[in-house]
Design a binder for this molecule. Structure first.
Ligand SMILES: O=C(CO)[C@@H](O)[C@H](O)COP(=O)(O)O
Ligand SMILES: [Fe+2]
Length: 222
C-alpha cells in the first residue's frame, strides 16, 4: 500500500508559513492543525489564515480541526479549499451529517479519535467517511512521544476497513518519526502526519522520503 506523508505545519515557523509549505512540496499533503483553546489547551490559527494557506500551498491541505462545535465550523474549511477535513468524534454532535456535508462540499471527510476514544462506534459507519485519524498522542501539542497503546486500535480499524472492501484511509498523528513509523504502518496506517520529525530534520525532503520508504517497506511486509 502506498504510504502518504503529511507533514504538520505546527512545527513550521509561523512567521514564514508560505516558505515552510514550499519546503514540504514533495509531501502528499500539508497537515494544518486548527486548535481553538477549548477542545485542546492550545491556540493555533483559524479560517482567515487557513484560507490564505490554501491559496498558496503547493500541496493539498489536510485540515485537522481540534475545535468545539465542528458541526458549525468545519464546512467553512471545506469551502476554503481543504482537500480533506477531519473533525473530532468527541466534539461532533452529528458526525454522519457533518461528514456528508463535507463530502457534498467537495472535501474528503475524516473523523479523529483521541487515544482513549474507541473506534468501534464508527466501524458500522465506514461508508460515511474517507479517513479515520487515530491520534497517537493526546491532541494539543507537537513533540510528544508516540503512545504504543493506540496500535491495537489502528489494527482493529484496518481489519474492519479490509473486511468492508471500502477505501477508507487510516491516519496516525503524533510522535511519528523514523523510530515509530514502522509500528504504525505495520498496524495498518497508510497516512502519516509528522511535525517535529520533518521540520526538525537537517533535510526536510530527505526526511519525507525516509519516512515514506520506512512506511512502505513495513506495509509491504505483511
Ligand atoms: O495534531 C497534532 C497535535 O495535536 C499534530 O498534528 C502535531 O503537530 C504532531 O506533531 P509531532 O508529534 O509530529 O511533533
Ligand atoms: Fe494534527
Amino acid at each position: 500500500m502506498a504510504a502518504l506523508i503529511a507533514p504538520s505545519i505546527l512545527s513550521a515557523d509561523f512567521a514564514n508559513l508560505e516558505r515552510d509549505l514550499h519546503a514540504i512540496s514533495t509531501a502528499d499533503y500539508a497537515h494544518v492543525d486548527v486548535m481553538d483553546n477549548h477542545f485542546v489547551p492550545n491556540l493555533t490559527l483559524g479560517l482567515p489564515v487557513f484560507e490564505r494557506l490554501a491559496q498558496v500551498s503547493p500541496v493539498p491541505i489536510d485540515a485537522h480541526l481540534m475545535i468545539e462545535d465542528p458541526d458549525r465550523w468545519a464546512p467553512a474549511y471545506a469551502e476554503a479549499g481543504a482537500a480533506s477535513v477531519t473533525f473530532h468524534a468527541e466534539a461532533a454532535a452529528a458526525p454522519v451529517r457533518l461528514a456528508r456535508e463535507l463530502r457534498r462540499l467537495g472535501s474528503r471527510a475524516g473523523v479523529a479519535l483521541r487515544p482513549a476514544t474507541p473506534v468501534e462506534p464508527f466501524l458500522d459507519l465506514l461508508a460515511e467517511v474517507d479517513m479515520i485519524l487515530v491520534m497517537t498522542v493526546e491532541p494539543g501539542f507537537g513533540g510528544q512521544s508516540f503512545i504504543d497503546g493506540t496500535l491495537p486500535k489502528i489494527r482493529r480499524a484496518r481489519e474492519a476497513v479490509s473486511e468492508s472492501g471500502l477505501d477508507v484511509w487510516i491516519q496516525v498523528d503524533g510522535g511519528v518519526s523514523r523510530s515509530t513509523i514502522e509500528r504504525a504502518a505495520d498496524a495498518g496506517a497508510n497516512v502519516f502526519v509528522a511535525g517535529s520529525a520533518v521540520y526538525g530534520a537537517e533535510s526536510v525532503p530527505g526526511e519525507i522520503q525516509a519516512l515514506r520508504e520506512l512506511a512502505e517497506a513495513s506495509a509491504h511486509a505483511h
